[in-house]
Ligand binder design. Structure first.
Ligand SMILES: [Fe+2]
Length: 400
């Protein structure tokens, strides 16, 4: 083990060929290496270990990373496993590591902020876990809201809108001109609209010959949209143009909140719903779109990553015969919980208002309405999370 108490290198901060700002308030105060890895000690007491191959693979020098494209050109399988000969540094000029591989020596430098950003110690991973604020009916008094002008014309407005969708899964945008099509510039401020078999955007009005339940005046149970797609859309925008009918109030529930409660209340039901895919299907004269996925999808860490449920799109269950009754029982339990008003956000969307929500987390529905009592015209479209996330990163870059 070679130990070097950080003795700052001379020179400026090394370029990591990365456009994202990576500042850190913490300094490297100790560097140790044992030939196979480097362990850094930080001013806040954190220790981070970086294996030799990982460090060598992430060298950002012009030999290893294309200087204009900023993409990796180094291919680790073309080199024998690297051995660390020396590691030194700390402070603004970062860390310098000398590698030997097949008799060739290569020197790599890493910026302090970059090392902190890619630290994979347990403390760092916990810090980077998504900060979700799960909600129940209490959100009726605290629904995040942003004004249209601020959203369209200020960075802070757009940031607040995106962060609310990331954290709360839902946000209200107020003060949009109550005209058909006014949702399109709202969506395009973020990125391209994601088209579906219903077009780039769709109109929710009652139709004489509907091809979908949304185009009737029926009440709609809580659901996620396009559960019959392999990747259902990430963010749904629902905009009110006209609303003078009796009935038709909108209903929402945080599927992650309800599913987390189910995990505690009935672990066996939670396990069934998260382990077995269900098929969903939409078909009309022009298409037949089917996809399967669990009602409660988990990521590799066991966190809930997606709710996929839509009762009118649910196809016949294809499951081992002995699991069918337990699966119906599990679905019934989850569904009774979802109908509990203690979980509901209930509101009447006024003309000029737009709700945007995470379609893979927040379920939506509506009360039935009487189309003879007035007009009801909503418009909807979808966005990809990639475009929301990229806008936030560009804002971070501009502020750095
Ligand atoms: Fe819907």
């Amino acid at each position: 083990m070679s130990v070097s108490i950080a003795s700052p290198l001379r020179g400026s901060e090394p370029s990591m060929g990365d456009l994202a700002p990576m500042r850190t308030a913490h300094a490297i105060v100790g560097v140790r290496q044992d030939g196979r890895s480097v362990t850094l000690e930080w001013s806040d007491g954190r220790r981070s270990r970086f294996p030799a191959l990982w460090l060598r693979d992430n060298c950002a020098c012009p030999e290893c990373r294309h200087p204009q494209a900023l993409e990796r050109t180094f291919m680790f399988i073309d080199h024998s496993g690297p051995r660390i000969i020396a590691a030194r540094g700390g402070g603004e000029a970062g860390l310098e590591v000398e590698f030997e591989s097949g008799g060739v020596v290569h020197v790599s430098r890493y910026a302090q902020g970059w090392l902190r950003a890619y630290d994979s110690s347990a403390a760092a991973l916990a810090e980077r876990a998504p900060a979700l604020r799960l909600w129940d009916a209490g959100i009726n008094d605290t629904l995040p809201a942003v004004d249209y002008g601020a959203y369209m014309h200020t960075d802070a407005g757009m940031r607040a809108w995106i962060e609310a969708i990331q954290q709360d899964g839902i946000v209200l945008l107020r003060g949009i001109p109550a005209q058909a099509g006014a949702l399109l510039p709202v969506a395009r401020r973020i990125g391209p609209i994601r088209p579906t078999n219903f077009g780039e955007h769709y109109d929710v009005v009652s139709m004489p010959n509907p091809n979908a339940s949304a185009y009737t005046a029926m009440g709609l149970e809580l659901h996620t949209d396009l559960a019959n797609w392999h990747s259902p859309p990430d963010v749904q925008l629902l905009f009110c143009v006209k609303s003078s009918v009796r009935g038709g109030e909108s209903l929402f529930a945080d599927g992650f909140r309800v599913a987390e409660d189910l995990r505690v209340k009935d672990p066996a039901a939670f396990k069934l719903l998260s382990a077995h895919p269900m098929e969903f299907r939409f078909h009309d004269d022009a298409c037949d779109i089917r996809a399967s996925g669990p009602a409660i999808e988990l990521d590799p860490a066991g966190r809930i990553s997606r709710i996929r449920f839509n009762n009118w799109l649910r196809a016949p269950m294809v499951l081992r015969a002995d699991l069918i009754d337990p699966m119906y029982a599990a679905l019934a339990t989850f569904w009774r919980m979802l109908r509990d008003p203690a979980y509901h956000l209930k509101l009447r969307l006024d003309p000029g208002c737009l709700l945007a929500y995470n379609n893979n987390r927040v379920l939506h529905g509506r009360a039935s309405f009487d189309p003879t009592t007035g007009e009801r015209h909503l418009q909807g479209c979808y966005l990809n999370f990639e475009d929301l996330e990229t806008q936030l990163r560009l804002l971070d870059r501009a502020q750095a």
